[in-house]
Ligand binder design. Structure first.
Ligand code: 5GP
Length: 205
């Protein structure tokens, strides 16, 4: 386990629920959050940038990192490997940042098992129809990839009860506001306020 006073915020959702846009908006309005950039063996999509969107690695590079125990969590999603490097999280915690993870349910479970301080938020699309529309208009996936994703949507959604919070993304701005409120409330939870004893002691004298 990596020890820190900061915590991990996991956003999971089926493809097309708006997770990437939500993450970007959250990072803009909350300067105490940093985004964990994952490693993946998936090919780069148009417009994606190495080290900004993902660290795009070969299968061999990814396997070597597994062997060296460098991952905090990793999983196979849609036939490609995805993982979070321990180093990434340690760096952010050292800078006193809370860390935002855009990872799937498998990664979330691994973080919980590793006893990290983690808050899980599941984002649901407003309806199946809307989800299909979003996937189609996004147009960044090939037809085969798109079919594969639709089949896996059901599986991903079935994991929502494992999360601490569920937010429905009907209106992106409301959704971001709700997530921001969750994060602010989580920061005020007593066990996370580690300097509180000193602060309260001062009222005694
Ligand atoms: P995409 O290929 O669309 O960027 O991501 C596909 C899925 O992989 C998404 O559900 C995303 O949340 C998940 N994912 C991205 N990075 C990681 C990671 O580091 N670990 C895990 N477990 N899942 C990830």
């Amino acid at each position: 386990m990596i020890k820190s006073n900061n915590f991990c915020i996991v956003l999971s959702s089926p493809s097309g629920a708006g997770k990437t846009t939500i993450s970007k908006k959250l990072l803009k309005i909350d300067k105490f959050i940093s985004l964990s950039v994952s490693c993946t063996t998936r090919p780069k999509r148009k417009g994606e940038i190495h080290k900004k969107d993902y660290l795009f690695l070969s299968d061999k590079e990814f396997s070597n990192l597994i062997k060296k125990n460098k991952f905090l969590e990793y999983a196979e999603v849609f036939g490609f490997k995805y993982g979070t490097l321990k180093k990434t999280i340690i760096t952010f915690f050292e800078k006193n940042k809370d860390v935002l993870f855009d990872i799937d349910w498998q990664g979330f479970q691994q973080l919980k098992q590793s006893k990290m301080d983690v808050v899980g938020i599941f984002i649901l699309p407003p309806s199946k129809k809307e989800l299909v529309n979003r996937l189609k208009t996004r147009g960044r996936d090939t037809n085969t990839e798109m079919k594969k994703r639709m089949n896996l949507v059901q599986n991903e959604i079935s994991h929502f009860p494992e999360y601490d919070y569920v937010v429905i993304n009907k209106d992106i701005n409301i959704c971001v506001k709700q997530i921001k409120n969750i994060i602010e409330s989580e920061r005020l939870k007593r066990p996370r306020l580690n300097n509180l004893t000193n602060f309260v002691d001062k009222f005694r004298s």
